[in-house]
Structure formats: C-alpha cells, structure tokens
Design a binder for this molecule. Sequence first.
Ligand code: HPA
Length: 240
Amino acid sequence: MSGPCPTPHINAMPGDFAKTVLMPGDPLRSKFIAENFLEDRKLVNNVRGVQGYTGLYKGVPVSVMASGMGIPSIGIYSYELFHFFGVENILRVGSAGAMSDKLKVRDIVLGQGACTNSAYGEQYGFRGCFAPIADFGLLRSAAEIAEEMGLSYAVGNLFSSDTFYDDDPQASKAWMKLGVMAIEMEAAALYMNAARAGKKALAICTISDHLLTGEVTTAEERQTSFTQMMELALEVAVRN
Ligand code: HPA
C-alpha cells in the first residue's frame, strides 16, 4: 500500500527507506548507528529530530530510524513505515529491564512475544487476548547470529508497559509469575502493527537494568553492549 507521503511524521518518499529498518528508541542512537555502520548514508527524515537514515551495510541497503518512547510513538512510526513506505522488516533495538533471574545485565533478549497493559490492541475489535509475536524467520535468524557471535542471549516474552513510573511498585510481579523475562515499552505495538500489515518484526533488547537485583549498567557498558546488539541487528537485516 502506498499513501500520503510525506506523512505528518516522516518527511520522506516511498523508496527512501530500505526493506529493513532498525529502530532504536533514541534519535541519537539512530544517528550513532548511521555514522558508525552505514556507508553512503543519507538522512531521509528529521521531523521532530527523529532521525532516519538509509545507507549500506556490507553492501546491502538498510535504514535506521528512532521510534521514540512508548507504544503510541512506535505505533505511529512503524505504521507509517509498513503501510506508506514499503518497509517489510522492522527490528527494534532497545533496552529492557530484566524480570528474570535467568538474565544478567548486558544480556540480549530476543522478544519471542510481547505482553502489554496497553489498550493499543482494542482498536482491532477482538474479544479476548491477542498474543503479539515476533516473526519466526527473523527470530530464528537473530538467534543463529547471536550464537555465531558468541553473545549471551535469551529468547522469551517481553512486557511492553505503558508506565515507566508505575504507581504500584509491585506491578511487574504478576508478569514475572508467568515467566515474562524483561520489561520495555514498545514491542507489543510493533508486533501488532506488523501482524495487521502482514509484515515482519522483531524486538532485540539489551538488559540495561535488573528489577530483581537492582543492578544497572554503566554508560560504557551500555555503549559496548549496544554496539554488539547493533551488529547483531544489522546482520539480521543483511540476511533477511
Ligand atoms: N521499564 C520500562 N522500560 C525499560 C526499563 C524499565 O525498567 N528498563 C529499560 N527499559
């Protein structure tokens, strides 16, 4: 489907984005990825400072654009990329808080599914719960590449929360009982948009903090683990 390009949020035309878009939450990270990994890069969006770039990684066109924080924000950007800009794959590359004793900070979690407390899915009119899931091909590819790279990674359920500062300090406990591995704020909307559009998505998260141990990463650790996650996501982009 093509649509009203440029859109209110993306000042670009169809063809400006590659088949696969990496989406960090932070626009500065988008710039970092473009400047450090993409050759022949071109700025394709800068509305609201949400920088989108398209360039070449290992000779293959790849785009990167920030999602902003939270479900409404990634909901808008991923919707427009899937429906109006011909994008096929979106790889979220973000941070998450560990909710499992199987994880330690700097580990990578591949979001097989994404639970949420958001009302985002109500727009589809179903009764009951839809299970937002990653595309299996992207997930399998990411797991294989993580193995090849020797990364410490896990595959499991994410919890995409609408609140970072929740009034109930125990709010995440109920999700932990069901084995949900990590909390972040975007994956569920990305997976629902991909499902509705018949497209593919995967959320790759680095554990930046630990809800059980209180452990946090230093700025330097975040930079190193972020770079590894980028290399993983870029390799997934090249192979899919
Ligand atoms: N909550 C929500 N999102 C997050 C967190 C968290 O604790 N850590 C990293 N992203």
